[in-house]
Design a protein around this ligand. Structure first.
Ligand code: GLA
Length: 497
């Protein structure tokens, strides 16, 4: 009796002050979904073991200090070839776990309250072996780089069906559709979960995806959507893991024309070496679904994707991490792309990420550089600004027909850097009909004087040169052209016989 009493007392004390359990922080996303963070903890004497699952990441706890009255746990995971870490600090307060984490070491603590939940809830699903490699046949789409709009850069997680409709209205009427823009692409955060049959469902922001696709189609435009090969998208929403064929069929039934497929949560289940097979799975699924759907790979340019993107049925593949609306981000990404030029061809494009033109973080000169560089790169032109309120100067940049003609040139040969002299770079892109696009960039913060020798570009005898942004012909009587390029600016020329 005495022994039983003692052990009951001990169990009660241990329970009251023990971190062991499956803890969940449930954040209301105000779209009918909750973003759950799971801390699955096992207190083992002075150590805390277990795992942390947050949005797209799944960490094993690798170090800990303290106990119920104050603890720190560090989680670690492999992401491709690099290690990611996260630290949570917290304490037990009654039957709640008060925890906090920091985005960066010097950032303020984000504080959260976790509650106990059922064991196994939020567990990582079992790994599904990736398929054997084979070649997915070309779907014949986007013989020219896709042009359109994507919700992420401006709206991130706030995008709604109403926003998407009004973007379609704007694109159809503001000159962008006439200039060649066609896709209206919904990025992350449209997803809810799965119904009893495992079908993907939309959240409250997107009450009827089929009706939305019909609406966009009625404007003569196409609708794109987003998912991940992982169990979770980057924002922590439902991914296509284990449901690839079913999701592809759902997209086809809704009338979707474009899929951006983002690695995100797949990093917890697969190595980078397995990426090709994992992307091939959706390539096959889209093909089997029987509707022409552009396939856009988003895995941040890892694993030399440009070498295998076409083999998995990919029409375009991101070559870099995420762009931001700053000169540093845009120029670092854009000017880094030269070596990849030989991998672009009609139907298969390098994607240095979406446009930031008009989002306010750069000036008009810099946005002209952004548009020019992307066109030299034969890059997809996916506007990322709010199309309902585009200032005329920004609309002029996005709809400059001569720049778009360079981007959309039918030969689909990507341009590259021809020369570099400090902050001055000359890039050329061969165009159909023996023409050439020449971009003289000034990456410095001061005016730069530049000289282009026509003979260096292969032009002699009778030829014509047009300044694309100035909308005028350039005199070609002399052997060379001298021009002043503004800070962070470009002079974009088209030379033709
Ligand atoms: C990743 C992608 C972005 C965007 C977000 C959405 O970061 O690279 O382009 O799709 O995910 O969560």
């Amino acid at each position: 009796m005495r022994a039983l009493y003692c052990s009951l007392l001990f169990a009660a004390a241990a329970f009251a002050a023990d971190l062991t359990g499956n803890w969940v922080v449930s954040q209301d996303m105000h779209d009918g979904t909750f973003r759950n963070t799971y801390l699955t903890l096992k207190q083992d004497g002075a150590d805390i073991h277990g795992s942390i699952r947050a949005t797209q990441f799944f960490y094993k706890i690798s170090a800990s200090t303290g106990g119920p009255e104050g603890f720190t746990v560090t989680g670690s995971m492999m992401d491709g070839k690099s290690e990611r870490r996260v630290t949570y600090e917290g304490k037990l307060v009654g039957d709640e776990l008060h925890v906090g984490t920091r985005r960066r070491a010097d950032a303020p603590l984000t504080e959260m309250v976790a509650h106990r939940t059922a064991d196994g809830e939020g567990a990582m699903p079992a790994r599904i072996e990736p398929p054997k490699l084979h070649n997915v046949p070309d779907n014949g789409l986007v013989r020219k780089p896709p042009m359109g709009w994507n919700s992420w850069n401006k709206f991130a997680g706030r995008v709604t069906a109403e926003d998407v409709k009004s973007m379609a209205d704007a694109m159809a009427s503001n000159g962008m559709k006439a200039a060649g823009y066609q896709f209206i692409n919904i990025d992350d955060t449209w997803e809810a979960g799965r119904d009893a049959k495992g079908n993907i469902t939309t959240n409250k922001k997107f009450p009827d995806m089929k009706a939305l696709a019909d609406y966009v189609h009625s404007k003569g435009l196409k609708l794109g959507i987003y998912s991940s090969p992982g169990p979770n998208t980057c924002a922590g929403y439902e991914g296509s893991y284990g449901h690839e064929e079913q999701d592809a069929r759902t997209y086809a039934a809704w009338g979707i024309d474009y899929l951006k497929y983002d690695w995100c949560g797949a990093r917890n289940l697969y190595t980078d070496d397995e990426m090709q097979a994992v992307y091939q799975k959706m390539g096959d699924a889209l093909r089997a679904a029987g509707r022409p759907i552009v396939y856009s790979l988003c895995q941040y340019g890892r694993q030399d994707v440009w070498k295998w993107g076409p083999a998995v049925g990919g029409n375009l593949w991101r070559t870099t991490g995420d762009i931001r609306d700053t000169w540093d981000s845009m120029s670092r990404i854009g000017f880094e792309q030269s070596d990849l030029y030989s991998y672009a061809k009609p139907g298969h494009w390098n994607d240095p990420d979406m446009l930031e033109i008009g989002n306010g973080g750069m000036n008009e000169t810099e946005y002209r550089t952004h548009m020019s560089l992307w066109s030299i790169l034969a890059a997809p032109l996916l506007a990322g600004n709010d199309l309902r309120s585009v200032p005329p100067a920004i609309l002029e940049i996005l709809t400059n027909h001569d720049v778009i003609a360079i981007d959309q040139d039918k030969d689909g040969v990507q341009g590259h850097r021809a020369s570099k002299n400090g902050d001055q770079e000359v890039w050329i892109r061969p165009l159909s009909g023996d023409a050439v696009a020449v971009a003289i960039f000034n990456r410095s913060a001061a005016d730069a004087k530049a000289t282009v020798k026509w003979a260096d570009l292969g032009f002699q005898g009778k030829f014509k040169v047009r300044d694309i942004w100035e909308h005028r012909d350039v005199p070609v009587s002399g052997p060379q052209y001298e021009v002043t390029v503004p800070p962070h600016g470009v002079v974009l020329l088209r030379a033709a016989h």
